[in-house]
Design a protein around this ligand. Structure first.
Ligand code: FAD
Ligand code: PYC
Length: 431
């Protein structure tokens, strides 16, 4: 389709290539003064006020908000490989805030509100597109669950609405709404403000902005241990040597249990592969994000034209960024049930990331048993959408040494007190 619908093409703008720096100027010095450069690559200083471990989405957002919101610039974000190599650019970029529990609704809506101004804030085209996230419903139970979610969302000030089958067909004409399938579509819940963004642009933009504010982004620097004095952390041991730290914030996603073990405490996290795949490039045919828990697949269309699809986690613990064929096979079969026309489209590539899932499918943010060591993990299959809000509350937590009010319910101690925040339903098809 063409025209001015929500599926119209957005022009992709890439950062311009930088001229090679004149030989008289050190590349890092040049970078600081040239708006086309994204970030410097400094060697680590002997110590920092705050060291953030993990240069993914949440680590970079934390570095950025530490500088921007709290004026803290003696900060390093240390990354074992290159910025954004983890789930930052492996995710399928679905953004929404329609979580069930009050605590999650407050946190994820804070995130979504930040997304709405983030491109201007970072002065970067993130291809943030609020094209709507449609959750298809197929059974009576699904309808009850959707109505509960819609009421809960509205009570929390989050946009949510119900579409009947006719409404689904109008909103997304490509969906097969025939009654003659195993799981006929009986309606859908819709968050219109939900959508997608370009994940690598988010990495570039956050890194550039944090760098400009003076945060050191140190790549190829793996944290291999922690230095402690009594009950508090005093630094990190890395492949680039020891770095002293007033406070340390973990943001290592798929490797968070390994980092915690190194530091001497346990996290109730399971790490498993989550796969996704893209098709060849086709014309814009899908105007929104479509998810179905019962059929068990979700699909969106990238700005460039690939159909982006995913489904559930692989059912085993792993730190290898690859998954099993059976998940891909079943998600393709499920996609064909909802979109029979996809049978004519070629699958281009598949990949996996390691997601860190807590028993209640909610993140863990805040203090650890070790003084001055903080944790931000457990975003599992849903942390892309949380990027700005996660960085915002974690920066506050690190700056003040105590949790941001929105992060308080997400403390590690909830697994001792039993105050769990069960969001398995909201995590939906990705679980
Ligand atoms: P990451 O971006 O993975 O960053 C962690 C970083 O820590 C990595 O760069 C890693 O190298 C580094 N690190 C680890 N150990 C060390 C160490 N010892 N020393 C130094 N650095 C270290 N979320 C959504 O909201 N919507 C989606 O549609 C969505 N789809 C997904 C699809 C897939 C296939 C996957 C895998 C995930 C998806 N997610 C989605 C989840 C989302 O990608 C994650 O929750 C999010 O990326 C977590 O961000 P992060 O910054 O914590 O992790
Ligand atoms: O959290 O919305 C989500 C999501 C979609 C796909 C993976 N995670």
């Amino acid at each position: 389709p063409s025209g001015t619908g929500p599926w119209r093409r957005t022009e992709v703008t890439y950062p311009r290539q930088s001229p090679w720096p004149p030989s008289s100027v050190h590349p890092d010095e040049h970078a600081l003064h040239n708006p086309d450069f994204l970030w410097r690559n400094p060697d680590p200083k002997p110590s920092y006020d705050i060291v953030v471990v993990g240069g993914g989405l949440h680590g970079l957002a934390t570095g950025y908000y530490l500088a921007k919101n709290h004026g803290l610039t003696n900060v390093a974000v240390v990354e074992r490989a290159w910025l954004g190599n983890g789930n930052a650019v492996r995710n399928t970029t679905v953004i929404r805030s329609n979580y069930l529990r009050d605590e999650s609704a407050a946190l994820y809506e804070h995130c979504l509100k930040l997304w709405e101004t983030l491109p201007d804030d970072l002065d970067y085209d993130l291809l943030f597109s609020q094209r709507g996230v449609l959750n298809l419903r197929h059974t009576q139970h699904d309808i009850h669950e959707a109505q509960r979610l819609i009421h809960s969302n509205r009570l929390n000030g989050i946009d949510a609405e119900w579409l009947d089958v006719q409404g689904v067909k109008e909103f997304c004409p490509l969906i097969n709404t025939s009654a003659d399938v195993r799981y006929p579509v009986v309606g859908a819940s819709l968050q219109r403000r939900g959508g997608i963004a370009r994940h690598d642009a988010v990495v570039f933009a956050l890194a550039r902005a944090a760098n400009r504010l003076g945060v050191d982004l140190i790549q190829d620097c793996e944290v291999t241990g922690f230095e402690k004095s009594g009950d508090r952390v005093t630094g990190v041991i890395t492949t680039k040597g020891r770095i002293g730290a007033g406070r340390v914030g973990l943001a290592g996603a798929g490797r968070s249990p390994l980092l915690a073990t190194m530091a001497g405490f346990d996290l109730p996290i399971q790490s498993s592969p989550l796969q996704a795949l893209v098709s060849e490039i086709v014309d814009q045919i899908l105007p929104c994000v479509v998810m179905s828990s019962a059929v068990h697949v979700y699909v969106s269309q990238a700005h460039k034209g690939e159909l982006v699809m995913g489904a559930g986690r692989d059912p085993f613990t792993s730190y290898a960024q690859r998954g099993s064929f059976q998940i891909l096979e079943s998600q393709m079969a499920d996609a064909l049930q909802l979109f029979p026309i996809f049978g004519r489209i070629h699958l281009l590539r598949t990949w996996a990331g390691i997601v860190d899932v807590a028993p209640d499918a909610s993140p863990i943010i805040g203090l650890t048993p070790i003084r001055d060591l903080f944790v931000n993990c457990g975003w599992g299959t849903g942390g892309f959408k949380a990027t700005p809000g996660s960085g915002w509350v974690y920066a506050h937590t690190l700056a003040h040494g105590e949790p941001h009010p929105l992060a308080v319910p997400f403390a590690l101690t909830r697994f001792e007190t039993g105050d769990l925040i069960d969001e398995h339903g909201a995590a939906a098809v990705a679980h």
